[in-house]
Design a protein around this ligand. Structure first.
Ligand code: ZN
Length: 486
């Protein structure tokens, strides 16, 4: 698919799966008489955090009546934010909900709203990446360690505060991997960078090599989830406390201590998120291009619902299911995507001839399974999303392994549908010829003329491969597909 098209589409605003009639209806339910105001409100996921529980229940009921969801309307006991998240996941499939909720908390803080609890203040300053999605702050306490010089500093935390299940109660069958991150704060707004310290819990030293590495990468958290069995078993009825004993080389500057719950995602889950996000690009485009034609918009929405509804919240983190979803969304909505509006025409690419594209991952040198690219990349080659997440995810600075362009987060990435199709269609090919119409063709090895004669004899200029020292032994495998041998 045309790289520029992807980029422009990606940078566009998020599209809810609602028709104009539904936008008008829902706008009225939340008190807007003008269509423009309704669009502005309903098309911004952030706004769903501003709705009262009653209005959210109203909206949910309407979505059920319209057949847009089969997800039951939660009882009024659900926490407000949980219902907001649920509505966003129904209306904006593939949208990273955490982005909206973090934005929401930041807004509250900046506007000094009464809703902003003190505990939210420092919370947004924490460095996280897509791998660690923050949920809630579970515990916070002030300490006077900065005023005392002693060998050890102890904080007792009630175990019921470390109850991890509380944060996923809204999602009963959730398989999310919830971790507990402990932070030390030098002030309300500054997390202390862990260095030269030790921490023992239940008399056992609990700082691992991996933990130190994460802190060296720039993260400020200390993952305490596995520090003790009693933390793993903590629940709302736990009555005892647990002691955390710190030793520092220098006197600490600690004023506050907090623990927050975080969802840690595996490379597979991140990869699934990327498939869903890319699928939602096709969905958004189809909804957008049909929006002025009511029957067309209704039939697009019907198709979208048909494709999405079989996937519950857990399914949306499963690779095989989201992979299939992307393929069906692309098959169903590719026509809409391929008909760019006139505004897109001023940036037509000049075609300069076929290009050879390798489907070996630049990190592992194995055949790519989940072909991904960043919206800022200008190359046609892709890298494997799962491998990328596995190797880059602990770093706070993501870069494209091919062109090294900076990647701000998963929102900058997409799965390349055409490469994915080619990979499935020709399971043994390691390189393809990319034709003008964005079609990937296998290189005809047994018919050397005329294509092979056009290839530079020594090295394909398109292919940029980085070989890690410890992976050099994998290099000979690539020789098999060297053009010189064709
Ligand atoms: Zn790149």
């Amino acid at each position: 698919m045309n790289i520029n098209l992807y980029r422009r589409r990606r940078l566009r605003s998020t599209q809810a799966i609602l028709t104009r009639v539904q936008i008008r209806d829902l706008g009225r339910k939340i008190g807007y008489t003008s269509f423009r105001q309704s669009v502005e409100f309903l098309m911004d996921p952030l706004n769903y955090f501003k709705l009262s529980k009653i209005k959210m229940a109203d909206i949910h009921q309407y979505l059920l009546e319209q057949g847009i969801t089969q997800e039951k309307c939660p009882s009024t006991h659900i926490r407000q934010g949980d219902h907001s998240r649920l509505l966003i996941s129904i209306l904006f499939p593939g949208y990273p909900i955490i982005k909206a909720s973090e934005h929401h908390y930041r807004d509250l803080r900046e506007n000094r709203s009464l809703q902003a609890k003190v505990t939210d203040l420092a919370y947004d300053q924490l460095p996280t990446t897509d791998k660690f999605e923050r949920l809630e702050e579970l515990f916070k306490s002030s300490v006077d360690w900065h005023q005392r010089q002693q060998d050890e500093y102890t904080i007792d935390i009630p175990l019921k505060k470390l109850n991890r299940s509380i944060v996923v109660e809204g999602h009963a069958s959730s398989k999310l991997n919830v971790r507990l991150f402990l932070y030390l704060w030098s002030s309300e707004h500054m997390a202390w960078k862990p260095q030269a310290f030790s921490l023992s819990v239940d008399g056992k030293e609990c700082i691992t090599e991996d933990q130190r590495k994460l802190n060296d990468y720039g993260f400020s958290h200390i993952d305490i989830t596995d520090a003790s069995d009693s933390i793993l078993k903590a629940n709302r009825r736990s009555t005892s406390s647990i002691s955390f004993v710190f030793k520092f080389e220098k006197r600490p500057t600690t004023h506050h201590i907090s623990v927050c719950a975080v969802v840690e995602k595996s490379p597979e889950e991140l990869c699934s998120q990327l498939y869903l996000q890319t699928a939602s690009l096709y969905i958004g485009q189809a909804m957008e291009s049909s929006s002025k034609n009511i029957p067309a918009a209704q039939s697009v929405q019907k198709k979208v619902v048909e494709l999405l509804n079989p996937l519950n919240q857990n399914d949306r983190l499963e690779l095989d299911k989201t992979e299939k979803l992307l393929l069906s969304c692309a098959e169903s909505f590719l026509t809409a995507w391929n008909n760019p509006e006139p505004e897109d025409d001023d940036n037509v690419e000049i075609f300069t001839g076929g290009e050879y594209v390798s489907v070996s991952d630049p990190i592992m040198l194995t055949r790519i399974e989940h072909p991904a690219r960043c919206i800022f990349c200008t190359h046609n080659t892709t890298f494997d999303a799962k491998v990328f997440f596995k190797f880059q995810v602990t770093s706070m600075n993501w870069r494209c392994p091919i062109c090294l362009v900076k990647i701000r987060g998963i929102q900058d990435l997409y799965i390349d549908y055409q490469t994915k199709v080619a990979l499935q269609k020709y399971p043994d090919e390691e390189r393809f010829l990319l034709e003008k119409d964005e079609v990937y063709l296998p290189i005809p090895a047994l018919d050397p003329l005329p294509i092979v004669n056009d290839i530079p004899k020594k090295r394909d200029p398109v292919e940029i491969i980085s070989i890690h020292d410890d992976e050099e032994q994998a290099a000979p495998k690539r020789q098999k597909t060297n053009i010189d041998e064709l």
